[in-house]
Design a protein around this ligand. Structure first.
Ligand code: G
Ligand code: G
Ligand code: MN
Ligand code: NA
Length: 254
């Protein structure tokens, strides 16, 4: 309970920031966009990663407000990137199932887009695999509405959880992100390597863009390239960066 109150107070005190991890196009080696990760600026503990509070935020429902904070900051960052001359970079925001299934989600989303004035095409939404457990008709409607706004929809943690091939084909998804647990053991573990290749081949057949996350070594990168993966992110390229470090990284790239 104490933790819950602390989280609520931190929300009230505006203690959350986003850090951004670059996502690279393998053909051109250019940064295409960034994935935003929430961080809690804690007065005693320092910078606390999402892993340590997202679950509590989901359980308590605070994720609904926290998610709005993240989306708004991402939109403000899109405008800042534009002013810095990076007019094509996309910003991906992670979503929780609890947040997307909230009845006010779509209205909140439209309102933040309108208030901040960003083109929805600059935003990507990362949907957790567990979202696919929701009622298919409702999901189709919700994702269809988001897609119609022009937002790019990414299925996160692909390969984990239950995802029927029918859902993969029918939902208006643009990108699948292969979960880092399949990337981690490349190239030493044959089964991880086989799963990664199969997932990439399947996604390509379904005309989905494939992103690999958690790429840490040149060996993983060259394997992924040869398997047909077109976009990568991970510590090999860059850790998640605060907004100033991100601009610095981008300036050095171009
Ligand atoms: O980078 P980190 O270890 O903190 O991320 C841990 C988990 O938290 C990841 O699964 C990531 O998708 C999730 N996460 C990070 N930022 C956000 C956010 O803004 N909203 C939601 N819902 N999840 C996030
Ligand atoms: O669930 P999601 O895919 O959104 O979360 C990705 C998680 O992986 C985040 O916690 C992020 O900070 C972390 N991450 C990003 N790049 C790397 C990497 O190269 N290696 C590892 N081990 N983790 C990474
Ligand atoms: Mn993600
Ligand atoms: Na993942």
């Amino acid at each position: 309970l104490l933790q819950q109150e602390e989280l609520a107070a931190a929300l009230e005190a505006d203690r959350f920031v986003l850090h951004y991890q670059p996502k690279v196009d393998l053909a051109t080696e250019k940064v295409l966009g960034v994935e935003a990760f929430l961080r809690w600026q804690h007065p005693e503990k320092g910078l606390v990663s999402a892993q340590q509070f997202i679950h509590l935020a989901e359980e308590t429902g605070l994720i609904v407000r926290l998610g709005e904070v993240a989306l708004r900051q991402a939109c403000i960052q899109i405008q800042a990137l534009e002013r810095a001359g990076f007019e094509d970079l996309k910003v991906a925001v992670n979503l929780s199932a609890r947040q997307v299934t909230d009845s006010g989600f779509l209205d909140m989303f439209r309102q933040v887009i309108t208030e901040t004035g960003v083109f929805p095409e600059r935003l990507e939404l990362e949907l957790p695999a567990e979202l696919l457990n929701e009622d298919p008709r409702r999901l189709q409607e919700l994702l269809g509405a988001l897609h119609d706004l022009g937002v790019c929809l990414i299925l996160d943690d692909f390969g984990t959880g239950a995802c029927s091939l029918a859902a993969l084909q029918q939902l208006p998804l643009d990108v699948v992100k292969i979960d880092d647990r399949f990337i981690r053991d490349i190239p030493y573990n044959v089964s991880a390597t086989d799963v990664a290749s199969a997932v990439i081949a399947l996604a390509r057949k379904l005309h989905l863009t494939v992103v690999a996350e958690g790429v840490e070594t040149p060996q993983q990168l060259s394997f992924l390239k040869s398997a047909g993966c077109t976009q990568c992110q991970g510590n090999l390229f860059s850790h998640p960066l605060d907004e100033d470090a991100l601009i610095g990284f981008l300036v050095r790239q171009y």
